[in-house]
Design a protein around this ligand. Structure first.
Ligand SMILES: Cc1cc2nc3c(=O)[nH]c(=O)nc-3n(C[C@H](O)[C@H](O)[C@H](O)COP(=O)(O)OP(=O)(O)OC[C@H]3O[C@@H](n4cnc5c(N)ncnc54)[C@H](O)[C@@H]3O)c2cc1C
Length: 389
């Protein structure tokens, strides 16, 4: 039986490891942390929106993952809940972007509705008229929310139940391919495996360097979320209990939603380049973001806020200028023998993980199990794959 070491127990690594043991292989999942579930996401929920993902294959992975999570395997508790996303045009130029989103919806058969300006303001009176000129809405079923810890816990149970082994607080320091197998130096001693899977997230490039693998031109960016409280709302009877996720369609600065008890979550639409450790959002950026929320809505926000930041990583070489538009790397390494990559999901690693892991397992074990994935969702393994060296 082939034995794999999967480095990185984020959602990507855990899902691949669970897939490998479910397919009859043996796997050890190694992470240098104590494994707080779903730590990479910094959030208990994330929204699935296949229409605005950066590339066709990422869209396909998200759409396929959504279907997989609708009927998860045994051991999973609830993993989806009602969501919905509203894309709003802030300027006449943004209408083209709304048109693109709508066309993608038709192409991928994702249910959505165009909203004219009057309709938009009737349904969302909290939006400021000058910067909400029209919208496209994906209903809850088309863009549900993922309960990230539900997915993480389910995958972990599946992995353990099928005989997988987890090594926490174990960092991979270096690895060499010698005499037909990997010798992996870790902080807990030497491990051996037939093949290595690099699911090290923002540190995937560092791990590759330690193992003599090729750089995939992955760049790390900071992604941050700010939470504030509604203090009042000019001209509104009451703020809504819970809004869909609202994205200004030109992606000029803002993604937000309101929660029960008047909490507002806001996130800058652009992610600056960042080092892999200790990303932080500066007070001046927080102030600017909250000011933007106040310009785009009728809300007045309290100054007291909490904010957090993490890192995302995406391939830059084949990508458009933002650097966040690359395809993920789901492939054998071109140089290092039996070294497999699953990394580079940018802002979409949670939404894409189930289908991405299924593709990875098929490529690693050289089989094609997930017919619906490839035929119904047009996921193309060849879009990612390089042959095993
Ligand atoms: C604020 C924020 C909001 C986000 N929102 C969304 C969203 O709405 N939707 C969405 O889909 N995605 C979102 N993302 C992105 C998503 O979190 C990532 O794409 C996803 O978590 C990546 O998963 P991963 O498994 O590839 O990497 P990670 O979760 O980062 O896991 C990598 C693991 O590898 C371990 N590791 C690294 N090097 C080593 C080593 N040498 N030895 C041992 N272990 C090692 C690390 O400890 C880590 O646990 C968001 C990210 C942030 C920061």
């Amino acid at each position: 039986m082939q034995h794999f070491i999967v480095v990185g127990a984020g959602l990507a690594g855990l899902s691949v490891a669970a897939g490998l043991v479910s397919a009859g292989a043996s796997a050890t999942l190694v992470d240098r942390t104590r494994l707080v579930p779903a730590r990479g996401t910094s959030a208990s929920w994330v929204l699935m929106d296949p229409l605005t993902a950066p590339t066709p294959q990422m869209k396909a992975l998200i759409a396929a993952s959504r279907e997989m999570l609708r009927s998860p395997p045994r051991y999973f508790g609830p993993v989806l809940r009602a969501g919905g996303v509203l894309h709003v045009a802030a300027s006449p130029q943004d209408f083209a972007r709304l048109g693109d989103i709508s066309l993608e919806g038709d192409r991928l058969d994702v249910e959505h509705r165009r909203l004219g300006m009057n309709e938009l303001h009737l349904e969302y009176p909290e939006l400021a008229p000058a910067t909400a000129l029209g919208g496209v809405r994906l209903e809850s079923d088309a863009a549900p929310e993922i309960l990230t810890s539900g997915v993480y816990d389910g995958m972990m149970k599946l992995f353990i139940h099928r005989g997988g082994k987890v090594m926490r607080e174990t960092e991979v320091l270096s690895a060499d391919y010698i005499a037909g197998g990997w010798r992996v130096e870790t902080t807990q001693g030497l491990l051996t495996a037939d093949a290595l899977v690099n699911a090290a997230g923002a540190e995937a490039e560092i791990l590759a360097l330690r193992c003599g693998a090729t750089s995939q031109q992955l760049a790390t960016r900071r992604r941050s979320v700010v939470v504030s409280q509604i203090d009042g709302a000019a001209g509104l009877a009451a703020p809504p209990l819970r809004s869909p996720l609202i994205c200004w369609a030109g992606y000029d600065g803002l993604v937000m939603r309101t929660e029960p008890h008047g909490e507002v979550f806001a996130s800058p639409a652009e992610d600056p380049l960042s080092a892999t450790d200790d990303p932080e959002i500066e007070p001046i950026e927080i102030a600017g973001l909250l000011e933007l929320v106040q310009q785009r809505t009728r809300y007045r926000l309290r100054p007291h806020v909490r904010a957090w930041a993490g890192t995302t990583v995406a391939r830059t070489a084949r990508a458009a200028p933002t650097g966040l538009t690359g395809e993920p790397v789901i492939s054998w390494d071109g140089r290092a023998t039996s070294f497999f990559w699953i990394a580079g999901f940018g802002r979409h690693g949670v939404q894409a993980a189930p289908a991405a892991a299924a593709v990875a397992v098929d490529l690693i074990l050289e089989c094609r199990r997930e017919r619906a994935l490839y035929e119904d969702f047009k996921v193309r393994p060849s879009a990612f794959a390089a042959a095993r060296s």
